[in-house]
Design a protein around this ligand. Structure first.
Ligand code: TYM
Length: 336
């Protein structure tokens, strides 16, 4: 069996990038034979970026409802909140003690903050918390705890998965005595959607405020699509599909035939307004029914709670004994 695992940080409303880069491939993968999948809400990670408790609580609810609305089957998949698994922070500490500081110095998120500070002439570590610095170790614990082989993610997470490999390998080497405690994970990337563009053409991201929310109303979806930035070519003028992020977005949700047709229409001079209408219809077709499920789920937080607690119990049936073995391996054993 192949073990697949991925998580989403609970700091905001899920957007099309999360869906195309992680949720959709993860759910498709979970339906194959001989796979065991683990999908979770990375709510400890959320604390690194957000000190607004209401926002975190709301986002946890939204992301839980999103996974289920998109077709995750909690009977088939282990579906839980990171913060319901106390073994995760404990494993994080064991890994922190073997993770090289030099490795973490190279993490993109930390480096970006330092570079920004330096550019502004400030103290390099201004505003940098230990949470941000150690972010990849917590993520390594998420992945290694369940011995995941494959991690479906967007391109921005590849480095983190590679760091989890490094850290896991180092632990195996130091404490394994011939046993590979941790499987070494690989990022599972769908090339065509690994970096889904946002409204302005940059990576769709909460931090750029350029997202299209996954489950806004159909009116909100239509309005968001209308705000996608295009070039100023007039109706009738041929459009360059390969340089239009509107086309990239379309392609991420269409099959090969629809994509070829859309390309031909753009090259034949389809007006941008008409192109947006077609993209909107495509998205509405893919998301409309899931949106109804989402709205029903989010109205029943107590049911979501039950599902997540059952998932946490399932996850801990693996995590608790495994952590026990790891504790023994590093020398934390009973005296008896
Ligand atoms: P997060 O919450 O930023 O994003 C969740 C997932 O969505 C993907 N994604 C995108 N994919 C394609 N195009 C985009 N524009 C786009 N924007 C976001 C991300 O790559 C990610 O797969 N650290 C992780 C959460 C995490 C995790 C883990 C993931 C915590 N522990 C263990 C995998 C395994 C994060 O902040 O993702």
């Amino acid at each position: 069996t192949t073990r697949i695992l991925t998580g989403i940080t609970t700091t905001g409303t899920p957007h099309l990038g999360n869906y195309a880069g992680a949720i959709r491939p993860a759910i498709v993968a979970s339906r194959a034979d001989n796979v065991d999948s683990f999908y979770f809400l990375a709510d400890y990670h959320a604390l690194i970026k957000c000190d607004d408790p209401l926002r975190i609580q709301r986002s946890r609810l939204e992301i839980a409802a999103t996974w289920l609305a998109c077709g995750l089957d909690p009977e088939r998949v282990t579906f839980y909140r990171q913060s319901d698994i106390p073994e995760i922070p404990e494993l994080t500490w064991l890994l922190t003690c073997v993770a090289a500081k030099g490795l973490l110095n190279r993490a993109h998120a930390y480096k970006a903050s330092v570079d920004q500070n330096v550019a502004k002439g400030e103290d390099p570590d201004a505003g940098v918390t230990m949470g941000l610095f150690s972010y990849p170790v917590l993520m390594a614990a998420d992945i290694l705890m369940f011995n995941a082989h494959q991690v479906p993610v967007g391109r921005d997470q590849i480095q983190h998965v590679e760091m989890a490999r490094d850290i896991g390998q180092r632990f195996n080497h130091l404490f394994g005595r011939g046993r590979e405690f941790f499987a070494l994970p690989e990022a599972l990337i769908e090339e065509s959607v690994a970096t889904l563009p946002g409204l302005d053409g940059r990576k769709m991201s909460k931090s750029y405020d350029n997202t299209i929310p996954l489950f806004g109303t159909s009116k909100q979806l239509k309005d968001a699509v209308a705000r996608i930035v295009t070039d100023s070519k007039l109706p009738g003028e041929p459009k360059d599909a390969d340089n239009a992020h509107l086309f990239t977005l379309y392609q991420a949700f269409a099959d090969a035939g629809q994509t070829a047709e859309f390309r031909a229409a753009l090259e034949g001079g389809l007006a941008w307004g008409e192109a947006k209408q077609r993209l909107y219809e495509l998205l509405e077709g893919e998301l409309g029914e899931a949106r109804e499920r989402y709205n029903a789920l989010i109205a029943r937080p107590a049911d979501l709670e039950d599902i997540l607690l059952a998932g946490a119990a399932k996850a801990r049936r693996i995590a608790t004994p495994f952590l026990g073995e790891l504790r023994e391996a590093v020398g934390l054993r009973s005296f008896r």
